[in-house]
Write a new protein. Structure first.
Length: 96
């Protein structure tokens, strides 16, 4: 029998995902100490995708907002960036 397949749109704000991220960050803080600034670097996409309606940048902001809240950090101690740009066209900024 073929198992059933279900699809989800994304998990950017899913409580289990946020909890797992927060646990990972807290574990790092426990080993290395709490930094002055927490840098969250997401994979980037070409800016034109966002201009054409892709909500990926907003979903990254949503994840960041929920993670910052879960960690109890002031927003000014967290920076969100995008990495892995490729080619000549503009990608999401700020770049990591």
């Amino acid at each position: 029998a073929i198992p059933g397949i279900s699809f989800i749109r994304d998990y950017a704000e899913h409580p289990d995902y946020i909890h797992a991220l927060a646990a990972s960050v807290r574990a790092s803080f426990a080993v290395h100490g709490e930094p002055d600034l927490l840098l969250l670097s997401y994979h980037g996409i070409p800016q034109r995708y966002a201009n054409q309606g892709d909500d990926y940048p907003q979903r990254c902001r949503d994840t960041t907002r929920e993670l910052v809240s879960a960690l109890g950090l002031p927003p000014e101690r967290v920076m969100m960036t995008f990495q892995s740009r490729f080619g000549r066209e503009p990608w999401l900024t700020p770049y990591t």
